[in-house]
Design a protein around this ligand. Structure first.
Ligand SMILES: Nc1ncnc2c1ncn2[C@@H]1O[C@H](COP(=O)(O)OP(=O)(O)O)[C@@H](O)[C@H]1O
Ligand SMILES: [Mg+2]
Length: 492
């Protein structure tokens, strides 16, 4: 046997690298931001210029920069073997990130960098790749092209030109370009929210887009008092490698400002955005999926679960080049299934407990339970005899006032407090009147109204209230009351 060198064709390989992964603009920018974070950058400036229909995008950081050697290595496709274990804070993968992310959007990539005051620059032009020839910039050329920030301090700037794939190959007008940029900004606000808000220690990050800081957007809206944080489940995989699973329930829409609701709903709505939010090294890599463990709508659309994985578990997660997808390893699948099943049971139980009476066969209850899209809502039953008595009694104006009052009572039902009490022990909750004397007072206040509704016919009244709460479960007391009042022939 003899061996010949059989290298890939440069142009074909680079062209196919354009389709590695499944990048959109935000995803591609995020891959470069990951590199900047790894290079200890604290500020990242994105500049997206429409440039009369020939967009130009610059991603500049104030990280450590690269030497010429490091730059040449970095520009090389597949610059690092994916099997090598990486530092825990490393967000890269496969040594393809910068190249495949950039070429997913543009045909001409320039990298300018400064390390310890030394400038280097290099570029790949997909339209001129003969023999893997890469352009190298001299000191003067770098200084002529870089931003003033790089003239002042170390860092790296990446420039995309000939951006032919910003929007699935469509030519964009100025307005569409701006929309695309706003969409990308919102996604970056979500992907890096933990870095932007400073909760990742010593890694507080400022991302600017066209001179304006990108805000942090917390998908769990943890600052809101009505967000419920359920128990956290730490899972161990492969010895010390820990995965953290933390379920949240978002505040009900009635408790949110319209702008916050818009943000939480995103373009696709709350239901599509429920599910797992998977973080790798604090960077959100995939979100709004149940990994086929549940269907969207099986649980309330307000349920979101954060899952934190260290990058040392990449192998078992099968992270793709653009990090936008990860397959669940089977051990974790089993555990996550238990967690979502627990949540399902829990929500079913909450609504069965006191609400058991709600749907008990043949009884008229005070509360009505509605289920839609896996979400449960309780309303006061307006056809309850005590209420119909009030409604029919009321003038038209009073009727709407009454209904308004009931709506307020329904909306202000203390769901979170109730959920919390319930989780601490359902037996502690008792809504029934403990004091028989108070119940008798209630009967003397309410029954005359019902009796007059029944045109003073005792039998009719008894028939009406016998299966109606709260009379039916306190029937002996009702009978006592009726006897006391001399209304004795209720059984006849
Ligand atoms: N902004 C940057 N600052 C400093 N070094 C960088 C920067 N971007 C890329 N590099 C270097 O280039 C290498 C290759 O990056 P990349 O192509 O994204 O592959 P990966 O991140 O998967 O290793 C990185 O490992 C890093 O050493
Ligand atoms: Mg990278």
């Amino acid at each position: 046997m003899r061996y010949i060198s059989n290298p890939p064709d440069a142009a074909s390989l680079m062209m196919s690298a354009r389709s590695f992964g499944n990048y959109d603009l935000a995803g591609a920018l995020a891959d470069l931001i990951d590199n900047s974070i790894k290079a200890k950058a604290k500020v990242i400036r994105l500049q997206c210029l429409f440039n009369d229909g020939d967009p130009k995008i610059r991603i500049a950081d104030n990280g450590t920069g690269m030497s010429l050697d490091e730059l040449c290595k970095a520009m090389r496709p597949a610059s690092q073997n994916p099997c090598e274990e990486r530092a825990p804070d490393d967000m890269g993968r496969f040594g393809w990130g910068m190249k495949s992310a950039s070429f997913s959007q543009c045909r001409f990539l320039t990298v300018l960098t400064r390390k310890k005051g030394q400038y280097s620059g290099a570029s790949w032009d997909l339209d001129s790749l003969d023999n893997w020839n890469m352009g190298i910039f001299g000191d003067v050329e770098v200084k002529a092209e870089c931003s003033k920030e790089l003239l002042d301090s170390d860092g790296t700037e990446i420039i995309w030109r000939r951006c032919d794939r910003l929007s699935e190959g469509k030519t964009l007008n100025n307005e569409q370009f701006n929309e695309l940029i706003i969409h990308a900004r919102n996604k970056l606000a979500l992907i890096y929210h933990r870095f932007i808000n400073g909760e990742v220690k010593s890694k507080k990050l400022t991302i600017e887009l066209n001179g304006i800081p990108v805000p942090d957007y917390d998908p769990f809206h943890r600052k809101h008092e009505a967000t419920m944080q359920l128990e956290c489940e730490p899972l161990k995989m492969g010895g010390r490698k820990k995965i953290r699973v933390q379920p949240y329930i978002l505040p009900h829409y009635s408790k949110l400002k319209p702008a916050d609701l818009d943000k939480l709903s995103g373009d696709e709505g709350l239901l599509k955005n429920q599910g797992f939010y998977v973080y790798r090294n604090n960077r959100l890599i995939i979100y709004g999926t149940w990994f086929r463990l549940l269907k969207h709508g099986d649980l309330s659309q307000l349920v979101r679960i954060s899952v934190d994985i260290p990058n040392s578990l990449d192998e078992i997660w099968k992270i793709t080049v653009d990090k936008s997808d990860a397959q669940l390893p089977s051990i974790l699948r089993t555990r996550l299934r238990q967690i979502v099943d627990g949540l399902k049971r829990r929500s079913a139980k909450v609504f069965r407990s006191k609400g058991g009476k709600v749907s008990e066969h043949g009884k008229v209850s005070v509360w009505t339970r509605y289920v839609k899209n896996g979400e449960i809502r309780y309303e006061i039953n307006r056809s309850h005899p005590l209420l119909t008595a009030l409604f029919t009694d009321a003038s038209p104006d009073l009727e709407s006032k009454l209904d308004g009052a009931l709506q307020v009572i329904e909306r202000e039902f203390p769901v979170n407090m109730f959920g919390d009490d319930f989780s601490k022990g359902v037996e502690r909750i008792n809504q029934a009147e403990a004091n028989p004397e108070h119940f008798m007072d209630f009967l003397s206040a309410s029954l005359p109204g019902v009796l007059s509704e029944c045109n003073g016919k005792l039998n009719l009244m008894a028939e009406r209230i016998r299966n109606v709460e709260p009379f039916s479960s306190n029937w002996t007391l009702v009978e006592d009351f009726l006897t006391k009042e001399g209304w004795t022939n209720v059984n006849s």
